[in-house]
Design a protein around this ligand. Structure first.
Ligand code: NAP
Length: 289
């Protein structure tokens, strides 16, 4: 790295708290090096209390762009000068592009999910999805999938403050896209069973099943699945959640969240550099299944 940093090196990075565990510096810096790009990616532990100052500093210093993780995604949406349609609807930004001091906000988690699904052999436009969860990642998937032409998305979330926020986003998507979006209580297991029964894909975007709670599963049992159903879990730790184990035993095609993580980063990389991330190299180095 030391001989790569010069007087002209372009700054990119990650703001959030915590950030020390992030894989993003590895994948971006390895990609810059592989393509011979004079860029560097650093992590900055900045919570919402100092986000505005940090953003003004990065803008003044001419950083090319940065990623945002929790808890900064929503506040960054208010600080950006312009927003992509997905950020405008979801109220969240995970990528900023700085064009001569003008900050445009994007959210690439949803595009990452769509590309991962396509690569797994399941292009989603025209399909019906049952989506579990309504937090940041679920919202990003919901919004992008609707913008990209899914036929119908039924979102299930427990009755919590998230529910009303989701209903408002569903209203916007129903007005602005041809996708039919409905929001349902996760507690209504018969409604959930009926929804899964005529969906093409079931997507878990809740925390349920994430390490260390690997025995937990967002659906009551395997009778909710059938072999034709595509099952995806955006959790990547563990690689195979209890839901995905159930899917495997039922004979369903399935995929985990690993490549969503890769492709959200690849989309940011392309926005900053105009170049494609060398994803095969990055998979080999950091995303072994
Ligand atoms: P988040 O904003 O905190 O949302 C969590 C969601 O899970 C909310 O809908 C929450 O419901 C629901 N939930 C949590 N515990 C639950 C329980 N016991 N019963 C029912 N619902 C429950 O988190 P996030 O950022 O969206 O992340 C969600 C998951 O996605 C995490 O496992 C994370 O690791 C994974 N993720 C993966 C990627 C990737 O690139 N593959 C990217 C981002 C996130 P309430 O709203 O009611 O609390």
């Amino acid at each position: 790295m030391s001989d790569r940093i010069t007087g002209t090196t372009v700054l990119t990075g990650l703001l959030g708290s915590p950030v020390a565990h992030s894989i993003s510096p590895l994948m971006h810096n390895a990609s810059f090096a592989a393509l011979g790009l004079d860029y560097a990616y650093l992590c900055f532990d900045v919570g919402t209390d100092r986000l505005k100052e940090a953003v003004e500093g990065l803008r003044a210093m001419g950083a090319r762009g940065w990623n945002l993780t929790m808890p900064d995604k929503n506040l960054m949406c208010q600080l950006a000068d312009k927003l992509s349609p997905a950020s405008e609807i979801s109220g969240a930004v995970n990528t900023i592009v700085n064009d001569d001091g003008v900050l445009t906000g994007y959210t690439t988690d949803g595009t990452g999910y769509m590309r991962a699904a396509e690569e797994a052999g399941f292009p989603l436009p025209g399909k019906v999805m049952t989506l579990l969860g309504g937090g940041g990642a679920a919202t990003a998937i919901l919004v992008q999938a609707a913008l990209d032409g899914m036929k119908e998305i039924r979102v299930f979330n427990r009755k919590s403050p998230t529910f009303d926020r989701l209903s408002a986003i569903a209203g916007q998507l129903n007005r602005r896209t041809d996708c039919l979006v409905t929001v349902h209580p996760l507690e209504d297991t018969e409604d959930l069973r009926a929804s899964i029964a005529d969906s093409d894909i079931l997507t878990n975007a809740t925390n349920i099943g994430m390490a260390p709670h690997t025995d937990a599963c967002p659906i009551p049992d395997a009778s909710f699945l059938r072999p034709e159903l595509i099952v995806s879990d955006i959790i990547y730790n563990p690689r195979q959640t209890k839901l995905l184990q159930m899917a495997k035993e039922t004979g369903c095609p399935f995929f985990n969240g690993l490549y969503m993580l890769l492709y959200q980063g690849a989309a940011s990389f392309e926005l900053w550099t105009g170049r494609e991330m060398p994803v095969e190299l990055i998979k080999e180095k950091y995303f072994a299944e």
